[in-house]
Design a binder for this molecule. Structure first.
Ligand code: PEP
Ligand code: MG
Length: 589
């Protein structure tokens, strides 16, 4: 985090995660748990203490059910399912019986005993270093805090219970926290941890909540209710702004809003260059409810549905019918345009593995995405059948994540064929020629793209991962965020090679990583011959405007110039100057 003083205000720089300028008061999300001290209970009050504990469980359950209902009504029924997992933890008999036994034996107060039992449970889970279980640990602590607050009779605060318009400041946030943010209440959020393409950042963008992440130790620099400005485009936090700065940012906020309004006029126009080259401009979505938002911003289809988010909002894997309903719902909204359903990309920073059996030192290099799906063919086939069932109107395409070599793709297709056969036997209609594509997001796939292209119908380049795997830089680690460089010549070459290999083999090539939303890269991608760009909904109008104001012939020359450059700095400078020349400086951030 860089710090700079300006008048009486201090500017902190982090990583821009989701655009928009908001001005408001700090709300510190203090996750440090409340202190609990041991108190001895007289023998004749032990049963009263146990009753107090049982009542706190009931009160907590009621709270969780209420929040569940509220989230289901106000946000999305799918998002509400996360509370099922928390209720299961709350009602875990191993935990509650251990607490009751210990109260009886030690004559200690319920909150003290409960915390001890939770500490032991978490210790046992943490020892596994398992990503999935780590996700559950967050849930366990969430339940623990609620229950202890109830035992102590203190009002509990969680992300979803914040009702004032505030700017949330936290040390770290999980994708589950972001899912629970209410738009009118959380104006924006800032977190000390996280990178530009971390899933917290991706979610913030998809939900239209301005955010800055990777602020390192910002949490310790601010206090509750301080006035603050969050600039999600520049990645800046301005603390205690003076009058002059407030006026300046208010102007900037209005400028960005005006620009968004102007751009919305492009909604129904195609993304076509001046000389007639059409680029498919689609949206990435994480939740079915994002679909309407995507169409509102002029998406010509869904270029990436990250289906694994069904898993975060669900206790365990969703059933075939639950999945089918979701895929069908999204398809119906988008039809006759198309929806690319990506099979689960679990692992990495996304909610670990479901059976908790594996300890991984490097989850991003581990049992992730297609690797997990191929290892769990029953689960995989359930998902594929659910996807196929939604495909009868021919609007669905299936995409496999993290393909690294041809055999993997062949195995995935063989399971897809089995799923098709099963549906055929049951006379359930589906698209027999359903297009199958892969994410090109591992350097080996980009380098072997000509081999892979012969076995699939399309490529979608996942630059978020392609960059991290090419440059060996963890996409979510704020400490090395400066090394995560989209415009590294090696990354650009891999992208270009992939486009060319796809075209040589007669398939279309798109790009669905966060780079698709970077206006600096649009002319370059058009010039490389990209057929489709899929991005967060709110970026679509700006990218469309650029496409509509350039010519393909000129973009090709631009791309060949860029590909000749040898350093990241040279490439960035070239792109910034070119952008300023074409569109004027004031338009960029
Ligand atoms: C990518 O890696 O670029 C991508 C789009 O997938 P995800 O961000 O879900 O890993
Ligand atoms: Mg990826």
């Amino acid at each position: 985090m860089k710090k700079k003083s300006k008048g009486i205000c201090t500017i902190y720089r982090g990583i821009p995660a989701s655009p928009g300028v908001v001005i408001g008061k700090v709300f510190l999300l203090n996750r440090e748990s409340i202190e609990v001290v041991e108190e001895k209970i007289p023998e004749n009050e032990v049963s009263k203490e146990i009753l107090k504990f049982k009542k706190a469980i009931n009160d907590t359950k009621e709270e969780l059910l209420k929040t569940r209902e509220k989230v289901a009504k106000q946000i999305d029924p799918d998002h509400a399912k996360i509370f099922d997992a928390q209720i299961m933890i709350l009602e875990d008999e191993l935990i509650s019986n251990a607490v009751i036994e210990k109260i009886k034996q030690s004559h200690s107060n319920a909150e003290f005993v409960y915390r001890k039992v939770i500490e032991e449970t978490v210790k046992a889970l943490s020892a596994t270093k398992d990503e999935y279980l780590k996700e559950r640990i967050l849930d366990i602590h969430a339940v623990e805090n609620r229950l202890i607050y109830n035992l102590l009779g203190i009002k509990h605060l969680t992300v979803e219970s914040i009702n004032l318009p505030v700017i949330l400041v936290a040390r770290s946030l999980s994708p589950a926290d972001v899912v629970h943010m209410k738009k009118g209440s959380i104006l924006g959020f800032a977190a000390d941890l996280g990178g530009r393409t971390s899933h917290v950042a991706i979610l913030a963008k998809s939900m239209g909540i301005p955010a800055v992440v990777g602020l390192k130790n910002f949490f310790d620099q601010v206090t509750d209710k301080q006035s603050i400005i969050l600039d999600g485009l520049k990645g800046e936090m301005v603390v205690c702004p003076d009058e002059e700065t407030l006026v300046e940012y208010e102007k900037r906020r209005k400028f960005i809003l005006k620009k968004t309004e102007e751009l919305s006029e492009l909604k129904s126009l195609p993304a076509v260059t001046l000389d007639g080259r059409k680029i498919e401009l689609s949206a990435n979505i994480e939740f079915p409810t994002d679909t309407a938002y995507a169409l509102e911003y002029g998406a010509e289809g869904i270029g990436l549905f990250r289906t694994e988010y069904l898993y975060i909002t669900h206790a365990g894997f969703p059933t075939e019918e639950e999945q089918h309903q979701v895929y069908q719902e999204v398809m119906e909204k988008v039809h006759p345009k198309s929806v690319i359903l990506r099979t689960f990309d679990l692992g990495g920073d996304k909610f670990g593995h479901h059976d908790g059996s594996l300890v991984e030192a490097n989850p991003f290099l581990g049992w992730r995405a297609i690797r997990a799906s191929l290892d769990l063919p029953d689960m995989f086939k359930i998902q594929l059948r659910a996807m196929l069932k939604a495909s009868a109107k021919k609007s669905i395409k299936i995409m496999f994540p993290m393909i690294s070599e041809i055999e993997e793709l062949k195995k995935a297709k063989a399971i897809l064929n089995e799923a098709k056969e099963e549906l055929k036997r049951k006379k359930i209609p589906y698209d027999e020629k359903i297009p199958v594509g892969i994410m090109v997001e591992i350097p080996s796939a980009a380098l072997a793209a000509d081999i892979l292209a012969k076995e699939c119908d399309f490529f979608s380049i996942g630059t978020n991962d392609l960059i991290q795997y090419t440059l060996a830089v963890d996409r979510g680690n704020e400490k090395i965020a400066h090394l995560y460089q989209s415009f590294h010549p090696a990354v650009l070459r891999l992208i270009k090679e992939t486009v060319d290999a796809g075209h040589r083999n007669g398939i279309w090539v798109g790009l669905c990583g966060e780079m698709a939303a970077d206006p600096l890269a649009t002319t370059l991608f058009v010039g490389m011959g990209m057929d489709e760009l899929s991005t967060s909904a709110m970026a679509i109008p700006e990218i469309k405007k650029i496409i509509r104001s350039i010519s393909f012939e000129d973009a090709k020359k631009h791309a060949s110039e860029v590909l000749k450059l040898t350093t990241i700095d040279e490439i960035k400078r070239f792109l910034i100057e070119d952008y300023a020349r074409r569109f004027g400086k004031e338009n960029k951030g």
